[in-house]
Design a protein around this ligand. Structure first.
Ligand SMILES: Cc1cc2nc3c(=O)[nH]c(=O)nc-3n(C[C@H](O)[C@H](O)[C@H](O)COP(=O)(O)O)c2cc1C
Length: 164
């Protein structure tokens, strides 16, 4: 049985985090970018990780729709949930909590915030304005929490080893 990492990314940070997680997970892993594909044969997977960045308090619609549309299948799996975001810790915790369906939150064996990045080359005009005004940041920042990704992977690996 395999692990599926289903994610979406706007500017590449969440994709990078999904890749970092993939490298640290044991067993067979598949990754799908929900902006490219949403059809999944759930019978192939016993673990599913969902990941999304947060923009103005919300996860990307591709991840939101995937989680809600496939809730029944997802509830049968071992679940991991993560977000990428650049807000302070208590806001990130809240963003993680409110953005995924409660049934998945309860089912999740691991949930965490992987940090994030501001990449001005990737942003459109409005995003640059918001970032400068709201976050008061004018240069690229990378704040991916490698330790959090490592702990997240360890928890899932332990779960996998328990089920063998
Ligand atoms: C316009 C804009 C709005 C954002 N809003 C939020 C937010 O509400 N909460 C948060 O934690 N991070 C916010 N961020 C930070 C993004 O979540 C962060 O840049 C993330 O790493 C983006 O991931 P991606 O590259 O996969 O799209 C915002 C960033 C931009 C540019």
């Amino acid at each position: 049985m395999k692990t599926l990492i289903a994610y979406a990314s706007k500017h590449g940070c969440t994709e990078k985090c999904a890749n970092m997680l993939e490298e640290q997970l044991e067993g067979e892993i598949e990754k799908i970018d929900l902006k490219e594909k949403t059809e999944v044969d759930f019978s192939q997977y016993d673990t599913v990780v969902l990941g999304s960045p947060v923009y103005v308090g919300k996860i990307l619609k591709e991840v939101d729709i995937f989680a809600k549309t496939n809730l029944n299948e997802l509830k049968q799996k071992t679940i991991g949930l993560f977000i990428c975001g650049m807000q302070e810790e208590h806001t990130l915790r809240n963003e993680l909590e409110v953005n995924y369906p409660p049934e998945l939150q309860e089912k999740a064996v691991v949930r965490d915030c992987f940090g994030g990045a501001f990449d001005f080359n990737e942003m459109n005009f409005a995003e640059k304005m918001i970032t400068k005004k709201v976050a008061k940041v004018t240069e690229d920042v990378s704040a991916i929490r490698e330790d959090v990704i490592q702990n997240f992977a360890e928890t899932l690996n332990q779960q996998l080893n328990k089920s063998l």
